[in-house]
Design a binder for this molecule. Structure first.
Ligand code: 5RP
Length: 219
């Protein structure tokens, strides 16, 4: 197992302690969530069903025999489990490296508690070294890009990627993110932006940070 995978597994195993009995839960996507789903399979009878934020996670849950349910059928969820590309000391995150940020933000907002699982390298004092994913309507892409340049960023189209909603992703480099909440709102106000990968208005409630030999819980 690679070092990074070991960090992720430490976090995912610890996260099982937060899986409630006889409730529906939400899961995001990415390689940490894939490990979490593997671990969840060992206690799958504990949950009533799972809302998946991406098609990849839905397929993985089904492969493990875990019941998948639609958000529309369950409404509010008690808890949501997901990874992050970066997470700061206020538990605000950058997400969307896997292009599933829109679904992830919707399911996260529909949940009372957000449990973020991440390897120790993702824990940063300031967000922004990871290029910020912004999901855009294809027709508006160059207009949105020009507005992101005005905010100090350098948007780069993620080639060959079309999201579940039929949108494109601009990865915005060189942003100085001093006020994550302000930036999250500012980018979402640009016409043509569907959503951006700053998760600051709804940060994680619990961060489970995987180290080589243990998981650390940060609240
Ligand atoms: C996908 C995401 C993921 O949570 C994020 O990219 C982290 O992925 P990984 O667990 O593979 O490091 O936001 O859109």
């Amino acid at each position: 197992m690679s070092t990074q995978d070991n960090f992720k597994r430490q976090a995912a195993r610890k996260a099982l302690e937060y899986v409630p009995h006889d409730e529906y839960i939400g899961v995001g996507s990415g390689s940490t969530v894939a490990i979490f789903i593997e671990e969840l399979a060992s206690i799958k009878d504990r949950v009533r069903g799972v809302v998946a934020a991406s098609i990849e996670s839905r397929d993985l849950l089904e492969q493990h025999g875990i019941k998948v349910v639609a958000l529309a059928d369950v409404g509010k969820l008690p808890v949501y489990f997901d990874g992050a590309d970066e997470v700061n000391h206020s538990l605000q995150m950058i997400k969307g490296g896997g292009a599933a940020l829109l679904g992830e933000k919707i399911v996260a907002h529909a949940s009372r508690q957000f449990i973020c699982m991440a390897g120790e390298s993702k824990y940063v004092s300031k967000l922004g070294a990871f290029p910020l994913p912004v999901e855009v309507v294809p027709f508006a892409r160059s207009w949105v890009a020009s507005q992101l340049v005005k905010l100090g960023g350098r948007p780069v189209l993620r080639e060959g990627v079309i999201t579940r909603g039929g949108h494109e992703i601009l990865d915005v480099h060189d942003l100085e993110i001093y006020e994550p909440m302000k930036l999250e709102d500012e980018i979402n106000r640009i016409p043509g932006v569907m959503e951006n990968g700053v998760f600051a208005r709804h940060p994680a409630d619990v961060l489970i940070l995987g180290h080589s030999d243990r998981a650390e819980v940060i609240t």
